[in-house]
Write a new protein. Structure first.
Length: 400
């Protein structure tokens, strides 16, 4: 019913590293040619975990945006914008919050996880508890059907689907249909009608697929129904109602996860990352000093690429013939680690050259970037306002 639309976002973390590039940006660039895409800087999200670090936000936002454009995100194809410049995100977050059970938020897998892991931070705030709902609003306010994200974000997309389903259930009723469906329900007979009603509620409120199956089986067995009423009840079971919000699908990125220079997760804060725009000399130094399979103390010691943080880089950056050369050369100790790293260095330098050139345009002329983003914010806002009109009406707020 609604057109396909893509939304994704990133927190402003400053200059991007090659993990961001291959994990997300390459995918965004691919999608922008196929679908209308909305790419958002999630600056409010930064405050959910660091409400007292406000000075870095602005700086990180613009640095990150330069790298999006340098990666090839094209403002003529995609809409690039900043969350806080589209206040409709806040309004939808507030309105969705009215009917969001606290337990749903407390059970988001990252919630307790992060509180334990980031124990140096104060995460016992309303903002942190509510951030998955804010993310849901980010997506739903554009009626996005697809959300390209990494594995770690999948529970948030699942949560978003549940929020959308609940909203449509609570506020999406269409006049006439419901009465007819209720009449048809009576024809099921008392006991069955009651069971039907129960499983329907369980599916629509909680997305319980078992309940949906149970409801379908019940209808399939019901002899007393006319064809029309049966159809009606199948539709009613799944929610043939006005869909105000769209349930989005997560689109996982295909790229394998890139570890950092030391084999741990790549992150600027661990100091183990390679930037998307690294100085060529620094890039070369970083790769040359990368640790390798610890078993290869001397050149004559055989190694195992699977135990070496250099290998995942090869999988992304070099071709099949080079992979074979690495595999056999490493295991037979016929190549040295510096030999092994050279094709990587070459490939990275080659990849980064055009990226650096594209970034330079925006570094030289900061107003260019400001204009692109202002334009994107306007475009995003129009779409968000459209959704909010329907949401307000559905929630009884369009009175005069
Ligand atoms: N929470 C996401 C992250 O930490 C960022 C984000 C915010 C996002 N809003 C979004 C991602 C909407 C996809 C869709 O990476
Ligand atoms: Fe790693 Fe390559 Fe050295 Fe093997 S030869 S240990 S894969 S750097």
């Amino acid at each position: 019913m609604y057109p396909e639309r893509v939304l994704s976002g990133m927190r402003p973390t400053g200059a991007m590293h090659i993990g961001h590039y291959h994990g997300a940006l390459v995918n965004w660039v691919r999608m922008q040619a196929e679908y209308p895409c909305f790419f958002m800087v999630a600056d409010w999200h930064a405050l959910t975990t660091s409400y007292d670090e406000v000075a870095v936000i602005g700086e990180s936002v613009w640095e990150m945006l330069i790298d999006w454009l340098a990666a090839g995100v094209d403002p003529n194809q995609a809409t690039i914008f900043i969350q806080s410049r589209v206040p409709e995100h806040a309004e939808l977050t507030l309105l969705l919050g009215m009917a969001t059970p606290l337990g749903w938020l407390e059970r988001v897998p990252t919630y307790k996880d992060q509180i334990e892991k980031l124990s140096h931070k104060d995460l016992l705030t309303y903002g942190f508890l509510g951030y998955p709902l804010m993310q849901a609003a980010d997506i739903l306010v554009y009626r996005a059907s697809m959300v390209p994200v990494g594995e770690d974000q999948v529970p948030h997309i699942e949560f978003t689907r549940e929020i959308a389903r609940r909203f449509n259930y609570l506020y999406g009723r269409e006049a006439g249909f419901e009465e007819k469906a209720r009449e048809a329900m009576k024809k099921l007979g008392g006991k069955r009608a009651k069971l039907y009603d129960e499983v329907r509620t369980r599916f629509q409120q909680n997305g319980d697929e078992g309940a949906l199956e149970q409801g379908r089986a019940l209808l399939a067995d019901a002899q007393s129904l006319s064809m029309g009423d049966r159809e009606r009840l199948f539709g009613y079971l799944e929610g043939s109602r006005k869909l105000i919000l769209v349930e989005p699908q997560a689109r996982l990125t295909a790229a394998p996860r890139l570890p950092g220079l030391d084999g741990a997760k790549m992150s600027k804060s661990y100091g183990n990352s390679i930037a998307m725009r690294e100085e060529p000399a620094e890039l070369t130094r970083k790769i040359r000093t990368m640790p390798t399979d610890p078993a290869r103390v001397r050149l004559t010691d055989p190694g195992d690429p699977e135990l070496c943080p250099v290998w995942p880089l090869h999988r992304i950056y070099t071709d099949e013939a080079t992979h074979q050369w690495v595999q056999s050369g490493c295991r037979s100790a016929s190549i040295g680690c510096l030999d092994c790293k050279q094709p990587l260095i070459d490939a990275l330098l080659k990849e980064q050259q055009p990226i650096r050139e594209r970034a330079q345009v925006y570094l030289d002329d900061p107003t260019l970037l400001r204009n692109i983003v202002a334009d994107g914010c306007d475009k995003a806002r129009k779409v968000a306002q459209d959704t909010m009109r329907d949401v307000r009406e559905a929630m009884g707020l369009d009175y005069s």
